[in-house]
Design a protein around this ligand. Structure first.
Ligand SMILES: [Zn+2]
Length: 226
């Protein structure tokens, strides 16, 4: 599927928790005793995540967009880590570094790791596999298990969950594509698909429109049943 279709489906997917939050009249969902997901914060990362698996195509719209997103995020979190370290060392010794510096530094290291792994990826291989999805989702368990109970952690948690929602939506959408998705790579190198939609074809446009209608019906059902 092309980048536009992925962005649309990623956005539609991330809007489901937003619809639930509107129906339940609350801004966040409790994921564990300490951590909450804010669906509004997760929306933008979901759009980035929806292009994520195509990062292995350096010349595709998605590949370029995600590389730019990664580069700017690494710069932002790098400068933020450095600034926070200086602030905590020389200006403020009341805030415990583990509450502020630790989460920001963790995201910085994770983003750098993803950037380093990029050249290894080949299209529809590594980044489109279920294995890559599991690796991408690992930080969620890490945040729930080890990160301190702060608002900053909830914000980072929401960013990462949103990114994963987008990533999953990409793999599901590509499963309708003729090329399919190697869900079990590297154990099984076959590409699985449940439809034969060709990228950039009229059928892809129709598929996108059907998704918009189906998701809209889901939002409506959520709002009416609440
Ligand atoms: Zn793809």
């Amino acid at each position: 599927m092309n980048g536009y279709t992925h962005i649309v489906i990623g956005g539609l997917s991330a809007a489901i928790p937003i619809a639930i939050s509107i129906a339940e009249k609350k801004l966040a969902f409790d994921i564990s005793a300490q951590h909450a997901y804010y669906p509004l914060i997760g929306m933008l990362p979901a759009l980035a995540g929806s292009l994520g698996p195509d990062i292995d195509l350096p010349n595709s719209k998605g590949g370029k967009a995600v590389r730019l997103f990664l580069k700017s995020s690494i710069t932002f979190f790098g400068i933020a880590s450095l600034g926070l370290a200086v602030y905590l060392c020389f200006i403020d010794n009341l805030i415990h570094p583990v509450n502020v510096l630790f989460p920001v530094l963790t995201v910085f290291v994770l983003l750098c790791l993803i950037r380093l792994l990029l050249p290894i990826a080949k299209h529809r291989r590594g980044t489109h596999s279920g294995l890559a999805l599991l690796i991408i989702m690992l930080p969620i368990l890490y945040i729930i298990g080890y990160m301190p109970d702060t608002t900053l952690t909830d914000v980072l948690f929401s960013i990462w969950v949103g990114f994963c929602i987008g990533w999953i939506s990409h793999l599901l959408a590509d499963t309708f594509n003729r090329k399919g998705v190697p869900w079990f790579y590297p154990l099984d190198k076959r590409h699985y698909h449940i439809a034969n939609i060709v990228t950039g074809s009229k059928r892809e446009r129709a598929f996108r429109n059907v998704c918009i209608v189906v998701f809209s019906a889901v939002y409506l059902a959520i709002l009416l049943l609440a």
